[in-house]
Design a protein around this ligand. Structure first.
Ligand SMILES: [Zn+2]
Length: 281
């Protein structure tokens, strides 16, 4: 019962299945940008594109919050040398549709989708964050989450290694407001009851393979919980090292063993230390 309650808590307040990274295919032949008349507002690293003149204040806020999120996320994953990369013609577009109906119609996203990021999709040829106006969680969740995905994709784009989906989703959620403490409290009873997703399954899992909403929710919560554990237990510099090793083309387990040398040598080590940590409170 405790476990079910904590899942209910997770579903209610914490996590939304994230369509980021899915390419947008199967939409009509014309590009969305050609069908809407957008007004551009340009910043250092972003261009906000919106459709209604009275959304100008929202666009200004989006631009400011996006720049803040960009600086913070680059710092959090140790990618500060990257800060001049998204400038001029490399600026990321934030496409703001006026409402959910036009967003869904033009992008072909699922009805539950509130925003997504893409690089070079058929619909939008550049790096984009696409969302719609009127959502309370735009600045606290959608924008930082999707910008984190774009930064991670760029950071790891040229490497041979495949970044586990859970690591990417864990970092993206880390950038959302107020998630750290919530996920710790939510995951503790799940781990105590032995109901987390076993790491030998979890390590290559795609949330789209999961059948139920509870399982998807657990996947996201577990992803964030492990990232929070790594950063809080072993520090930011080891976490930077993990991404440096991944960028150098190592497999995830090899990168993990080098970043957490002598402490965590495998996913099995990570699992047992993560469980022990959750049980120690
Ligand atoms: Zn995501």
């Amino acid at each position: 019962m405790r476990v079910l309650l904590s899942f209910a808590f997770l579903i209610a307040g914490l996590l939304v299945p994230c369509p980021a990274g899915f390419s947008v295919l199967g939409v009509g032949p014309a590009e969305a940008e050609a069908q809407e008349t957008f007004i551009d507002m340009k910043g250092t690293h972003f261009i906000v594109r919106y459709t209604l003149p009275d959304e100008k204040a929202m666009a200004v806020q989006l631009l400011n919050k996006a720049e803040e999120a960009y600086e913070r996320i680059s710092r959090d994953i140790g990618f500060t040398r990257y800060v001049d990369f998204w400038t001029w013609d490399k600026r990321v577009k934030i496409i703001l549709f006026p409402d959910q109906i036009s967003y869904t119609r033009f992008t072909g996203q699922e009805l539950w989708s509130r925003g997504y990021a893409a690089r070079d999709s058929k619909l939008f040829r550049d790096r984009v964050v696409v969302t719609y106006d009127g959502q309370a969680e735009t600045f606290t969740s959608i924008l930082p989450h999707e910008i984190a995905h774009l930064i991670l994709w760029d950071l790891l784009a040229d490497t041979q290694s495949k970044t586990p989906v859970w690591l990417e989703e864990g970092v993206a959620q880390l950038e959302e407001a107020d998630q750290r403490q919530m996920v710790k409290e939510a995951m503790r009873p799940v781990i105590a009851a032995g109901q987390h997703i076993p790491f030998n399954v979890f390590k290559d899992l795609q949330p789209s393979e999961l059948k139920s909403e509870v399982q998807v929710t657990l996947f996201y919560a577990q992803s964030l919980s492990i990232v929070v554990f790594l950063i809080e237990k072993y520090g930011q510099s080891a976490f930077y090292r993990l991404f440096k090793e991944l960028r150098d083309g190592r497999s995830f387990e090899a990168a993990l063993a080098r970043a957490y040398n002598g402490i965590i040598n495998s996913m099995a080590d990570l699992e047992s230390r993560w469980i022990a940590d959750a049980s120690s409170f």
